[in-house]
Design a protein around this ligand. Structure first.
Ligand SMILES: *Cc1c(COP(=O)(O)O)cnc(C)c1O
Length: 946
């Protein structure tokens, strides 16, 4: 009888090629064995000596049981804490069809519009929703959280304000975590944060901008049109952080004159998740749209003049403008923005208003009941939050509330804050009354009078667009969500061979726990003992990540890779400050670096010095040495990526670290390529001081169509004191709104580590390297592979050079990328880090069959190019120039010099399961010239349908 090794079985989930296929792939690469291949690929002096000792890998069932036991250690109470986080109900139809649906959560960021029309439409709905709620003209497609969105608003205010003052005013009613992140962001840029009462302390002439909270953290609702007018008089910018549910009842910020609105869409159906992920929003006036950070979806046309969506104004972003970019935001919160937009589609304007009214009614009932009990309740006008004066009884009442199953908020030493939400029911109100010493308060069915401030009641309409008035029968809703996801190409259909953005399996067993209420419904500010499960999970995952990276501590606070870069560079800056080295501000960055690197360095007040690359694509060590010497006195850091963004393990990485340290600088190693290192080499051993890890790349958190992500940082011991601090304190040092970033998706990465075990993780790395080398070997016959290591091996990705074909056949990288869509593939990373090339990363998850299908498609494309080169096919009218082909192309006359068959069914495409892009090639320039960033009017839909 054969005994199967459960360890091997667990690995079969994540590792695509079978043992036999691994043998065939090795042969194609000309390598003796996996170990021999790795020896030829990684320089010997960086190899890790001890294997990862994570104990026995868990089977799927054991892993789920472990997650269950951990979840059960979180005690789930009703949290009426507020402070930017609210109970909400994700409609089950959205939970199953979007949140738990791989067609949505395994998609990549929508950089290739032809295969992203579904999520682009959902994001356009999101932008329309935000514009309508805030009363502003243009919104982006989400930011990371409310606190960082507020910081982005401050940065934007600085860019667009006529005032050249260096102070920013912050309403004392702002959320503490927002104030903390604003302080952190302002410090390295030399801006002063002034916290105060907008009606007493604001001196408009002394600031470049101000932020107001609406409603305030303790419930007060102020008409800030006066302060806003005063700011405008002084050439300063006004931003308002507003609750989007309150905005269904209250006058929107735009009508009060605000230039920018920010906030969190969390309470639009996205669970609190112990702090995240949620989508933040940001909107502004038309005049400032080009200064708006983050991704913006816009409307354009395709090659046939039909409506098509795509990302607009890309030229403002880091990959183009580097340190002059509008911000470092790359991964944002697409999946959560999609959920929030669907929540609005699901409820419609009247449904949203009904929810807001019910919330308000419950708050009024509570205020009246507590007043009857003899307490002084503030403020006189509120939406969902009240503050109760409890004198010396604060501790007793808070404790009694917990005993009654409810968390309330401690305010100062003698008050208690209560925030009700969509999930508040009469029994919860009863529990609160009991905590305050009341009993048997009769439930009053009568509708109490509203307590919204007279002059601030909303009169303007919102969500008038037909999409928010569709027939909301569940069959219709389900089909709408299905239709949109069918337009997109995600990992559940085909390989997404994106260089740098590791798109690997997001295993179902890893995804299950994030739906559990014990993880998803925990408020981030609950007492420690109610989040014991989270603390255990975060502790063990941190330990494992330390073992994997060779660092001494991990901070889970950064909620994207770019945020991790920012947090890491900030730690370096603070380290230098602590040693009296304030003058160390120069950051060396190779020309090949990801655009977020220079953008993050700039946010830390550093000046970027670019280091060149040598002929082989490696960091030019001599140039690096020269520049380190030149800036020796002022050297703060270098930022390197390893293996390099060129997909090569550079042999002189230790030397680069040593040079940096010799000149007093610190080494930031961008860990986005950790999928090539885990179990084989550790950044901390190579000589780096700090790195971010993209858990949404290497550690299986799905990309969500462009977020969520997690970018925790690992640091060496000397940087531990400078890690991000707790945002709740309101003090400088926090980088995002919640202590552990997007904590609720950490079970995914933890399950992955537990199910793989140390051996499995290292094996995954080896196979990832094998798969890339296999692709390089197969495609190398037809295309130049741009870079390789000293022994001819690539790391976990490879760059295919298409530049020669521009001359020989008039074919561009875009033509090849779009032609791959006809074969049913998501195109690889285009023109980065080298213009005119494709960067391909297969990952360990893809089977040999899928990799071969991709290679077949690429090789067939080479033959199509050859036909053009040899004059057999027209240079302007050929399958590449006309790609991608849609069903529309099939009907009517066909007057092309190639057959329908050749156009629509190239090598690699499936007959039965053929993916049809919903639009032809999208015209990007047209969309930027005619900028439309919200749902087009219904008439234009009719026109398009004709
Ligand atoms: C993906 C990536 C980043 C940025 O990560 P985000 O999560 O998108 O902010 C930084 N550097 C490299 C090399 C990357 O591939």
């Amino acid at each position: 009888m054969t005994h199967y090794d459960p360890y091997d079985f667990a690995n079969r989930r994540h590792i695509g090629p079978t043992v036999a296929e691994i043998g065939q792939m090795l042969e194609a690469c000309g390598a003796e064995s996996l170990d021999a291949l790795v020896d030829e690929t990684l320089p010997p002096d960086i190899r890790q000596t001890a294997p990862l000792a994570f104990g026995k890998p868990l089977t799927e069932r054991r892993a789920i049981e472990t997650m269950r036991a951990t979840a059960d250690k979180n005690r789930l109470l009703v949290s009426l804490i507020g402070q930017g986080y609210h109970g909400t109900t994700m409609p089950p139809a959205i939970q199953r069809n979007i949140f738990e649906n791989p067609a949505w959560y395994t998609a990549y960021s929508p950089y290739q519009p032809e295969i992203s029309q579904g999520r682009l439409e959902a994001l356009l709905n999101f932008q329309t929703l935000v514009c309508d709620l805030t009363g502003l003209d243009v919104a982006n497609a989400s930011l990371l959280d409310e606190a960082t969105a507020a910081a982005e608003a401050m940065g934007m205010a600085r860019r667009v304000a006529a005032s050249k003052q260096d102070a920013f005013f912050v309403d004392r009613d702002c959320l503490p975590q927002t104030i903390a992140v604003l302080r952190t962001r302002a410090a390295p840029l030399g801006w002063r944060i002034v916290v105060g009462d907008p009606f007493r302390d604001l001196d408009p002439a002394s600031v470049f901008g101000a932020l107001f909270q609406y409603p305030g953290v303790n419930g007060a609702i102020h008409d800030v049109s006066g302060p806003i007018a005063a700011l405008h008089g002084a050439g300063a910018i006004a931003a308002v952080a507003a609750d989007p549910l309150a905005l269904t009842l209250l006058k929107p910020p735009g009508e009060m004159g605000a230039d920018i609105a920010v906030g969190s869409m969390q309470r639009y159906g996205v669970p609190m998740g112990f702090g995240g992920p949620h989508a933040a929003y940001m909107a502004t006036r038309d005049a400032h749209k080009r200064a708006l950070p983050g991704r913006i979806v816009g409307v354009s046309v395709d090659a046939h003049g039909n409506r098509a969506y795509r990302l607009a104004l890309q030229t403002r972003e880091q990959h183009i403008r580097r340190e002059k970019a509008t911000s470092n935001i790359c991964t944002s919160q697409v999946l959560l923005a999609v959920i929030a937009s669907m929540y609005a589609v699901y409820h419609g304007p009247m449904g949203l208003k009904a929810i807001a009214q019910r919330v308000h009614r419950d708050a009024v009932r509570l205020a009246d009941g507590l007043t009857d009990l003899g307490f002084r309740v503030e403020p006189a006008h509120f939406f969902d939050t009240i503050t109760v004066d409890v004198g010396p009884f604060q501790g007793v009442i808070l404790q009694s509330a917990v005993e009654n199953g409810v968390n309330l908020r401690k305010v100062g030493e003698d008050r208690i804050g209560i925030t009700v939400d969509e999930r508040t029911r009469p029994d919860i109100l009863q529990a609160v009354w009991r905590a305050f010493g009341g009993h048997d308060v009769p439930h009053d069915e009568a509708w109490p009078e509203q307590r919204l401030p007279e002059g601030l009641v909303r009169t303007s309409p919102y969500l008038t667009h037909p999409i928010f008035h569709m027939n909301r029968a569940e069959s219709e809703m389900t089909r709408y969500m299905r239709r949109l996801s069918d337009r997109d190409l995600a990992l559940d259909r085909a390989m997404i061979p994106l260089g740098s953005c590791t798109m690997k399996l997001n295993a179902t067993a890893e995804m299950l726990p994030i739906s559990w209420p014990e993880f998803s419904e925990v408020h981030p500010h609950v007492p420690m003992d109610q989040a014991a499960g989270y603390h255990e999970l975060i502790g063990d995952l941190s330990e494992k990540l330390c073992a994997i990276t060779g660092y001494d501590a991990i901070s889970m606070q950064p909620n994207s890779g770019a945020q991790g870069e920012y947090a890491g560079l900030l730690a370096i800056r603070r380290y230098h400050l602590s040693r009296g080295d304030a003058h160390r501000t120069v950051c060396l960055i190779p020309s090949s670096a990801h655009g977020t690197n220079p953008a993050s360095a700039q946010m830390c007040g550093m000046s970027v010095v670019v280091v060149g690359a040598d002929r082989n694509g490696n960091v030019d060590v001599e140039d690096f040495r020269r520049k380190a010497e030149l800036h020796s006195e002022k050297l703060a850091a270098c930022m390197i990526t390893y293996p390099s963004t060129h997909g090569v393990f550079e042999t002189r990485v230790r030397e680069i670290c040593a040079i940096t340290h010799f000149h007093g600088g610190q080494v930031y190693l961008d860990g986005a390529n950790l999928n090539a290192l885990v179990g084989l080499a550790r950044p901390g051993d190579i000589g780096a001081d700090v790195s971010h890890l993209n858990l949404h790349k290497t550690f299986c958190i799905p990309h969500g169509g462009g977020g969520p992500g997690m970018g925790p940082i690992g640091v060496k011991a000397h940087l531990i004191p400078f890690l991000p601090s707790d945002p709740r304190t309101g003090e400088e040092g926090a980088v995002s709104g919640s202590a552990y970033g997007s904590a609720s998706i950490l079970p995914i990465s933890w399950s992955y580590c537990l199910m793989m075990g140390g051996k499995g993780l290292a094996q995954a790395t080896r196979v990832a390297i094998l798969s890339a080398n296999y692709i390089a070997a197969r495609l190398g016959q037809a295309y130049p592979i741009l870079y390789a290591g000293e022994r001819g091996r690539v790391a976990h990705e490879c760059i295919v050079d298409l530049r020669p074909f521009q001359k020989s056949a008039g074919i561009t990288v875009e033509d090849v990328a779009k032609r791959l869509i006809d074969s049913g593939f998501h195109p690889p990373t285009m023109s980065w880090p080298v213009a005119g090339t494709l960067m391909i990363e297969p990952t360990e998850s893809e089977t040999k069959g899928e990799i071969d299908r991709f290679c077949d498609a690429m090789l067939a494309i080479r033959e199509e190019i050859r036909a053009i080169e040899e004059g057999r096919v027209d240079r302007a009218d050929n399958p590449l120039k006309n790609a991608p082909h849609t069903v529309q192309d099939l009907v009517g006359a066909w007057e092309r010099p190639y057959s329908r068959e050749a156009g629509c069914f190239p090598a690699g495409s499936f007959r039965t399961d053929k993916y049809w892009p919903p639009v032809n090639r999208v015209d990007n320039a047209y969309g930027d010239r005619n900028l439309v960033c919200s749902c087009p009017p219904p008439e234009s839909y009719e026109a398009a349908a004709e």
